[in-house]
Design a protein around this ligand. Sequence first.
Ligand code: SF4
Ligand code: SF4
Length: 429
Amino acid sequence: MKFSQFNTYIPYEGKIIAYNAYTNQYLLLEFLLYELIQSAQQYGIASLDAIHPSFYQALVDNGFVVEDNTNEIDKVSQLIDSVDKQEDRYILIVNPTMNCNFKCWYCYETHIKDSKMDATTLEKVSQHIKYVVENKPSLKEFIVSFFGGEPLLYYDKVVVPLLKYANQITQKHGLNFQADFTTNGFLIKPNMVDTFKELSVNHFQITLDGDKEHHDTIRFVSKKRGSYDDIVQNIILLANNGLPVTVRINYTAHNLDNLTSILEDLTLLTPEGKQNITISLHKVWQETDKSLGTKVNTFINLAKKAGFNTAQDILIDSVRNSCYADKNNHATINYNGEVFKCTARDFKSGNKEGELHSDGSITWNDKFYSRMQIKLQNKPCLECAILPICGGGCSQQAIEHIGVDYCVNDFDENKKKNIVLQRFLATHL
Ligand code: SF4
Ligand code: SF4
């Protein structure tokens, strides 16, 4: 037997948190037990079995000790495949437009005025849904996610017709169908709510750029009219009508101190409505200040105390819960019919990964095939204790580092330990 390469030990309040990233199990150890582990690492694992058999057995049962001939990298590889090559679910992301009614300073997308999915492309997208449901016998679930640009700019012309077709064809084949939106939330109207529900929409992600004052300097209709009040009202409308909303709050060092007023602005939520809200904090990617963690935790705890569900980046497991772009059964179709995977990069023609045909099939290019084989190619990851929860980041990060050793945690062992500690605190306290 040997110690797993995926063990991490962290001192915590006079004890030791032991974590195995493959089994995702924690043990809170008295220091004496940790000393036994240290001595077994030095003098051989058999000594531990002899001195403290029940502790040794607990380490085996929780994956801290594995068979000598275990190839742990193979196990992670199988885990990655089981997630990224799953056959029972298909995720189609559709950008009805690349245009947006706002122009946020941090947006990475190039807005294309007057860009709109035309009738021919819309038909091809519908054919793609048909093609997938007819050609993937293991499929049980189909998901359409609207993205953009602002997808609700073409609610009547693109969103509703596509949702009607998707509902109809998936129903005919006995599949579960769900749809969701990543939207700025400004264009939602009360009369859309019933249609959303009828057409199987079950989730919205809506972003706020801080409290009213900060948000309105970033997302505004005119110099005199911001958008915060309308968006908050629409979040409440959706949630009170049974439609779940993740309120993504983009933070920077400048707006982090004033976020509590957002919770106060949501007081018109019914108790059921509040259950439909998840508060999620995301650092704007241009923000370089790395010392904001404590303030983020304080706000998250406040939101929890106020009765909201919360989500934190730190809990995201990019292996077991990998990005849609890492998955085989996924395509992102832009308004002009070009096919992509990652949605966090500019949708330039040169970045496209596939061609959509009128029969609904997609011919993928070399970029796609290279993406689907990119994981576990980065040498430092193969020796990393948190590989089974990090995986070297997403496929896009791996692609952007081809030929270079990289670490999404800056090769910083303390940073990795802090991830383990924060996950422990978030799930055990
Ligand atoms: S950057 Fe990575 S996680 Fe984000 S959408 Fe692209 S592939 Fe997914
Ligand atoms: S990217 Fe860094 S933290 Fe992630 S698995 Fe690789 S070495 Fe570990």
